[in-house]
Ligand binder design. Structure first.
Ligand SMILES: NC(=O)c1ccc[n+]([C@@H]2O[C@H](COP(=O)([O-])OP(=O)(O)OC[C@H]3O[C@@H](n4cnc5c(N)ncnc54)[C@H](OP(=O)(O)O)[C@@H]3O)[C@@H](O)[C@H]2O)c1
Length: 271
């Protein structure tokens, strides 16, 4: 699985094909979409149009609550395969650990065993849910990836440790905190970046890479796409890593997963 990918949340369908093609041209080989993003079709079109061999591109998508059951997850996987126009998905995730996600997980296990998905995983699991799924004896296949919000302001060290203990690959959504808290002008990230000729965004992405966390920053600007993947020619020092550790505020400012109102919103979300 590549360490850097392109996320296409909020990339409108009419812009998605060009955005994915631009990213593939810059060297991206991981594309992260979801049924709720309504742009799987355009992601598939870009992959075919790029001429890059299918086996060299890692495609992640996600299914959502209305499809959470043993049968529903299988049907939804087939729907994603049709929309993407692919005959396998590299990584299928359950978007939120809510409703009948255990039933849906069993459906994904079947899809994995049949080869429709090369890997299966979860998203938005806090460490208690990670441990619960991994300790549940009737679950035959442990989640392979957990995609959660992770950036210098929300570092999730316990979650990271828990994933590592269970052999789950951590993947960071919103690795740039969606620009919140004046992210791209942050003094600590900018100051560290100056030493290496890198931007605050590049320092933040590199910091996650050095924690063995995969990053999927979203951008539909060509120069930012280039910037976000150009993070393999420098290494943050232990001192840099310690300075970034002080930025953690210990919770999300994007979404409060524990808020009952948010749970209600997710259950009623239309896409
Ligand atoms: N599993 C989940 O529940 C979940 C939730 C949220 C996101 N995700 C995934 O994670 C991906 C990334 O998260 P995200 O889109 O929420 O947030 P993000 O990647 O942290 O931030 C995206 C924002 O940062 C800007 N940006 C990107 N690169 C930049 C750079 N080098 N310099 C300055 N600005 C830059 C983008 O601007 P422009 O748009 O102008 O380029 C956009 O406004 C999503 O696309 C999606 O695939 C998953």
């Amino acid at each position: 699985m590549p360490m850097v990918g392109l996320g296409v949340f909020k990339v409108p369908p009419r812009k998605t094909k060009d955005c994915v093609l631009a990213a593939l041209k810059q060297g991206y080989r991981l594309i992260d979409t979801a049924q709720t993003y309504n742009n799987e079709k355009e992601v598939g079109e870009a992959i075919r149009e790029s001429g890059i061999p299918r086996k060299d591109i890692f495609v992640t998508t996600k299914i959502f609550l209305p499809d959470y059951s043993y049968e529903g997850a299988q049907k939804a996987t087939k729907r994603s395969l049709d929309a993407l126009g692919l005959n396998y998905i590299d990584l299928m995730l359950l978007h939120q650990p809510m409703a009948d996600y255990m039933g849906a997980w069993r459906g994904l296990e079947k899809m994995y065993n049949e080869g429709a998905c090369k890997a299966i995983g979860m998203s938005n699991c806090f460490p208690n849910v990670v441990a619960d799924m991994c300790e549940t004896k009737s679950i035959k296949i442990k989640p392979m990836v957990n995609q959660v919000e992770m950036h210098p302001f929300n570092q999730q060290e316990l979650n990271l440790k828990t994933m590592k203990n269970y052999g789950i690959v951590p993947e960071a959504w919103a690795p740039l905190n969606e620009g919140k808290r004046n992210f791209f002008k942050n003094a600590i990230l900018t100051e560290i970046g100056k030493k290496y000729g890198k931007t605050a965004a590049q320092v933040a992405l590199r910091w996650n890479i050095q924690r063995d966390v995969i990053v999927i920053p979203k951008s539909d600007e060509e120069y930012q796409l280039k910037e976000n993947i150009n993070i393999f020619d420098f290494k943050l020092s232990d001192d840099d890593m310690k300075k970034i550790a002080t930025m953690d505020i210990g919770h999300s400012e994007i979404v409060d997963l524990l808020n009952p109102e948010f749970v209600k919103y997710v259950h009623n979300f239309k896409y």
